[in-house]
Design a protein around this ligand. Sequence first.
Ligand code: DAH
Length: 344
Amino acid sequence: MKTQLENIYSSAKADIEKAQSISDIDEIRLKYLSRKGEFNSIKKGLKDLSDEDKRVVGALANQITQDLESLLKEKHDAFYQKELNEKLRKDRIDITLSGKYIPHGKVHPLTSTTNEIVSIFQNLGFSVVAPELSPEVETEYYNFDMLNIPKEHPARDVQDTFFCKLADNVVLRSQTSGAQIHVMETQKPPIKVISPGRVYRNENINARKNNFFHQIEGLYVDKDITFGDLKGVLNEFIRIYFGAARPTRFRNSFFPFTEPSAEVDVQCIMCQGKGCRTCSGTGWLEVLGCGMVDVNVLKAVGIDPEVYSGFAFGMGVERLAMLKYAIDDIRLFFNNDKRFLEQF
Ligand code: DAH
């Protein structure tokens, strides 16, 4: 029995010597030391030995088992360390490689300009008209008729307005002013709103004109609204938007839906009023149109002009952005050149 034990011991040692991996070690442990392993089956024979032999052989068996256990553990740990080192070496992250450039988008300058203008007016108590009251595809009724623009007015000319070929009286709106009518038809005064949006005109495209652009419309209707209120609000807007008290002038003008009407000029930001190419030598730049809502417009939407009065204004977003950022070509906003857009 002693020889049997020693034979198994040396064959186990030889197996351990040959082992290549952790799984080999696990197999050897199963083969020799598990409950059904070789040692156990021999140990079962111990009970048939004399007490003296039991003691000697039993001690030997225990000794061998312990030796094997520690050999296995040693081998196991060595393999484990080796595999770990291998894995660490393979999975190593090379932090000396330069990173990937991930480009990120920016807000388009027309969007940020619109947001800025809208927030200035919100701070002055105006709220933004719901989009359904400011559609881009309009009827002539809202784009012209209700705004007191007569049938024969040149603004209706096919030169300026995109008419729909498929449906009579449908146009791509040429101005955001139609939103005024939608709002006054659905809301009672006091009304204090702005409405930003896109408008379309059948223009030849050049550095100053595009066939679509953006406007912000404003409307304030209440009791006792005066031209003084109009001047106060618009001067305040210009002061905040251009960042400093910039001289303005209200120049007499004409719009069919306002009476009296005015255009507002600001002192040229390029030459500070001296006269240059940008302002065609006048020292002034036109930034918006405005006026007191025409009595005919109020009547048409059923607001009593004896009780209420109001002012309206409309401004071009591109123009205001061009003046603020000294951009000299409107087409830059629309051709998606990243070199231009990245500057904002
Ligand atoms: N709709 C005008 C245009 O496109 C701008 C304008 C002028 C709007 C006077 C107004 C206004 O509300 O009162 O040229």
